[in-house]
Design a protein around this ligand. Structure first.
Ligand SMILES: C[S@@+](CC[C@H](N)C(=O)[O-])C[C@H]1O[C@@H](n2cnc3c(N)ncnc32)[C@H](O)[C@@H]1O
Length: 436
């Protein structure tokens, strides 16, 4: 925090009363106190609330706070569904106090505003529910738990190393909750991740120990158990990977993919199919076309593109994580026209461009920081007829959309999915095509 303002005497622990203006990116809303911005959690636009300041003070450009009393409620406000959420409690969810429709409207506002401010694009945004998601609870198939001082499963408070003990997390998938309830105490553990794959497999539990000793951990019968070490995952029981079954759209056969315990996978069970459906709809791949799947993970989009372009086409997946590459090799084994190249996307693309490679289609699914100018310029140099950009951060997407625009590609379509209900996160799938 910078740019000092005059002393106001307001600081952590103090309570102020504010009118809440609009939603901001990050799970909070903007209000003002004596001219200074306050980012307020646990509130909604249009509300009047009493706010306990949690961060910032004299000399800071903005403050942070929690709404601890609602004096005028917004129509989208509902009773909090989670006993662990609320001011000073678990920080995992941002919007447990908002109707699911209301949450999607807030996320749409954030995506629209980021595209306008950072991307220079004005467009209407609708955030769609992931098919099969009724109430936004019970969806999270991977939960990384902290462990409190007595060994009990816990989750972190907002912007804090402090934790809140929990019995069962309401947004966790029922098969994750079953492990939480059956095995609540993990002596000698620093963290416990529970993975419940969307297939027939039992759960996989990954334990990060506090020291060198390995107590007898309580993973329930039927669960695989692994220990996270500096060198990777050490198998204790069962397997260190899971199988994820994904239905593909239209006439494409469903796929079953191997995902190692530590590897990236969408945590909402409906998300992989929804995102693949949106990408294929935007790219409309034709038999015989050449496609690139950049930041490919275990090969989700590469498998679907391979099926769509058929054996006369070709797909090249690029992925930097060695474990994901190993999984992708197994997942792509039956499709000889789909290959994976390990390495950093910018380096692999530099080599491809040097060799004069072009592509018809590109899927771009970078981490939260976005693809960035180098990769965007490289993608444009491949001269694809369409790029489908899967983005978990609308700010990074908006910045890259502006870079694409500078290079002659325009935003032609956008879908947004509520892949993370109750949190501020939203997944976008943007179509970029050559302008004109
Ligand atoms: C958001 S995940 C997408 C994975 C995959 N497309 C999926 O949907 O399952 C991003 C992936 O990019 C990989 N990654 C991150 N930075 C990279 C880079 N510079 N070059 C290559 N891969 C990278 C990560 O290991 C991760 O698997």
């Amino acid at each position: 925090m910078s740019e000092p303002t005059g002393p106001t005497g307001v600081g952590p622990g103090q309570v102020v009363e504010v009118d809440v203006e609009r939603v901001a990116h990050g799970g909070h809303c903007v209000a003002r106190h004596e001219g200074r911005v306050v980012f307020v959690r646990h509130t909604l636009p249009g509300e009047r609330v009493r706010v306990r300041i949690t961060e910032g003070g004299d000399g800071d450009r903005f403050l942070r706070g929690d709404a601890i009393e609602v004096l005028r409620a917004a129509p989208e406000r509902v009773e909090r569904r989670c006993p662990y959420s609320g001011p000073g409690r678990c920080g995992g969810c941002d919007w447990q106090h908002v109707s699911t429709q209301g949450q999607r409207a807030l996320k749409a506002d954030v995506v629209r505003e980021q595209l306008h401010r950072l991307g220079g694009v004005d467009r209407e945004v609708v955030v769609e529910a992931v098919p099969g998601d009724d109430d936004g609870q019970g969806w999270r198939t991977r939960v990384q738990h902290a462990v409190d001082g007595s060994g009990h499963l816990a989750l972190h408070k907002h912007r804090s190393h402090d934790v809140v003990a929990i019995d069962a997390c309401p947004i966790a998938h029922p098969r994750v909750r079953a492990v939480e309830l059956a095995a609540p105490v993990w002596p000698g553990a620093r963290a416990v991740e529970v993975v419940a794959p969307a297939g027939g497999d039992g759960p996989l539990v990954l334990v990060e120990p506090t020291g060198a000793t390995r107590p007898r951990w309580p993973a329930p019968d039927g669960a695989s158990l692994g220990v996270v070490t500096a060198d990777g995952i050490e198998r204790v029981r069962g397997r260190t990977w899971v199988r994820e079954d994904v239905p593909l759209p239209g006439a494409l056969e469903p796929v079953s993919l191997r995902v190692s315990g530590s590897g990236f996978w969408q945590v909402h069970p409906g998300a992989p199919a929804a995102l693949v459906g949106a990408v294929l709809e935007q790219l409309d791949p034709q038999p015989g076309e050449q496609a690139l799947d950049l930041y490919a993970g275990v090969g989700l989009f590469a498998v679907a593109l391979g099926a769509a372009v058929g054996p006369d086409g070709a797909v090249l997946a690029v992925e930097g994580d060695a474990g994901a590459v190993r999984d992708a090799r197994r997942n792509l084994h039956d499709a000889p026209h789909v290959a994976i190249t390990p390495g950093r996307v910018d380096r692999v693309l530099a080599t491809l461009l040097e060799a004069g490679t072009t592509a018809d289609l590109v899927v771009l699914d970078p981490p939260r920081t976005g693809a960035g100018r180098t990769v965007v310029d490289q993608v444009v140099a491949l001269a694809p007829r369409a790029v489908s950009y899967v983005a978990c951060d609308p700010a990074a997407l908006a910045r890259d959309v502006r870079t694409f625009a500078d290079a002659g590609y325009e935003l032609a379509a956008l879908r947004a999915f509520d892949c993370f209900p109750m949190t501020h996160h939203v997944e976008c799938v943007a179509l970029l095509v050559p302008r004109g």
